[in-house]
Design a protein around this ligand. Structure first.
Ligand SMILES: Cc1ncc(COP(=O)(O)O)c(C=O)c1O
Length: 435
């Protein structure tokens, strides 16, 4: 055990607050963590939107253990290993029709930057090299690398880091509480927010735009569900103007919305799709980008001995990650987890929306097994009320997540009704105490 907690500079953490009152997790199983005091902590957020099959699942654990003893590493450049190909074949059976190529990364942030580079390079290899502009969305979260924060729209994640990528613009976010507060599932109003893309096309001209990237459900900014018809409209505008549509499915992928991917839940297929997190159940870092045959084929030009896409990571298709992902896909399939959110969502929504009327609750949002509860901020102290609720829940043995003044829930997909009851009861108590 470390003597003190000083040496570790923690990511996305209030370091000084944490180190005064640490929250240390030491074990996990199923729906629960255990902390260093031996308390059971109900996991209301699947770790960090990633442990979709619950913790410590035997098939995944064994797959990782066996793989470590068999092939610890294989170089991914000019070399391969069988599980990388087996995994790709299995994955493209789950993706929406047409997304049948897989490029491996190690995180969601890397997947995003890979997809952005693919989009720009795709236009170039097919002779439209002027299409370099990237369009993101206000309040978007696409990880923390320079490409991702450039197309992202969360101010705190951007303002410290200079000018970022040039040639990026943003459409408006879709949060419209005046019309949509307390919508159950997809809000009715706001498809027209997609028309912002037409405005940017009028400003920049389509011939300069490579791609648009959005999260089908914006998670990290506070759970924003796409209005009915919104994603369809984005797809139509992109198609009309030869612009690639990228869905960042890092949190929505692997069952979160009731289908393997949110693209299927909303009936809109992108040209590129980024994933990570649930791909390995969070057990070994891994991400991926799914691309269409058309995009892949555009690169397969020139002499066959030459590399077609100058991009990749030392740990792309790492054997431990591939093994973990295969164990994860087996677990998802055996337990029907990739569609389980569809079965549980009505009960989850009913319980979640029962929080309407609790002190300071100004909106409740949901889709599949994702929930957002937005609170009125404490005057002059944004994010503090929600953080107080987070600390209170932790004291009572529940892990939730907050962003700004929104509480996010994204429990493991193995959740049962009694877990939902306990999450909502604990949260209700904390909301009352935070009043
Ligand atoms: C939509 C989205 N994209 C990208 C990322 C970044 O993933 P990572 O933290 O694995 O780099 C996240 C992480 O939460 C995410 O929610």
């Amino acid at each position: 055990m470390a003597k003190d907690l000083d040496a570790y500079w923690m990511p996305f953490t209030a370091n000084r607050q944490f180190k005064k009152a640490p929250r240390l997790l030491t074990r996990a199983d199923g729906m629960y963590f255990t902390d260093d005091k031996g308390r059971q902590i109900l996991d209301g957020i699947a770790g960090l939107w990633c442990v979709n099959a619950g913790h410590n699942r035997p098939k995944i654990v064994k797959a990782i253990q066996d793989q470590a003893a068999e092939l610890d590493f294989a170089p991914p450049f000019q070399m391969g290993h069988p599980k990388a190909f087996e995994l790709a074949e299995r994955l493209v059976q789950l993706t929406p029709d047409g997304l049948n190529k897989v490029f491996y990364t190690n995180s969601g942030s890397e997947s995003v930057d890979t997809a952005l580079k693919m989009a720009i390079a795709y236009h170039r290899v097919r002779g439209e090299g002027a299409r370099t502009r990237l369009i993101g969305r206000e309040r978007g979260y696409h990880g923390v690398n320079f490409g991702g924060i450039s197309v992202g729209g969360m101010v705190a994640n951007r303002k410290m880091f200079g000018t970022m990528l040039g040639g990026v613009d943003h459409i408006r976010h879709t949060h419209d509480p005046a019309r949509n507060a307390f919508s159950v599932g997809q809000p009715a109003h706001g498809a027209e927010f997609a028309d912002d893309l037409d405005k940017l096309i009028a400003l920049h001209d389509a011939s300069t735009i490579a791609a648009v990237i959005v999260e089908p459900v914006a998670g990290s900014t506070g759970v924003l569900i796409p209005p009915q018809g919104y994603l369809q409209r984005l797809r139509q505008i992109c198609d009309k103007h030869g612009i690639l549509l990228i869905f960042d499915e890092v949190i929505t992928g692997f069952g979160r919305t009731g289908n393997p991917f949110a693209a299927q839940t909303f009936g809109v297929t992108p040209d590129l799709m980024t994933v990570a997190k649930g791909l390995t159940n969070g057990c070994v870092p891994m991400g991926a980008v799914f691309a269409t045959q058309t995009i892949y084929d555009a690169f397969m030009n020139g002499p066959e001995h030459l590399i077609e896409f100058f991009h990749g990571y030392t740990y792309s298709a790492h054997p431990l990650a591939c093994a973990a992902a295969l164990g994860t896909l087996d677990t998802y399939a055996e337990e029907g987890l990739l569609t389980r959110a569809a079965e549980m969502q009505a009960y989850f929504a009913e319980c979640l929306h029962s929080l309407k009327g609790e002190p300071n609750v100004i909106d409740v949002r949901n889709i599949g097994l994702v929930g957002g509860v937005e609170l009125a901020p404490l005057p002059g102290e944004p994010a503090k009320r929600a953080f107080n609720v987070f600390l209170d829940c932790w004291d009572k043995g529940l892990l939730i997540r907050t962003t700004g003044d929104t509480i996010a829930l994204s429990p493991p997909l193995i959740i049962e009704r009694e877990h939902i009851d306990r999450i909502i009861d604990t949260l209700r108590g904390a909301l009352k105490r935070a009043a």
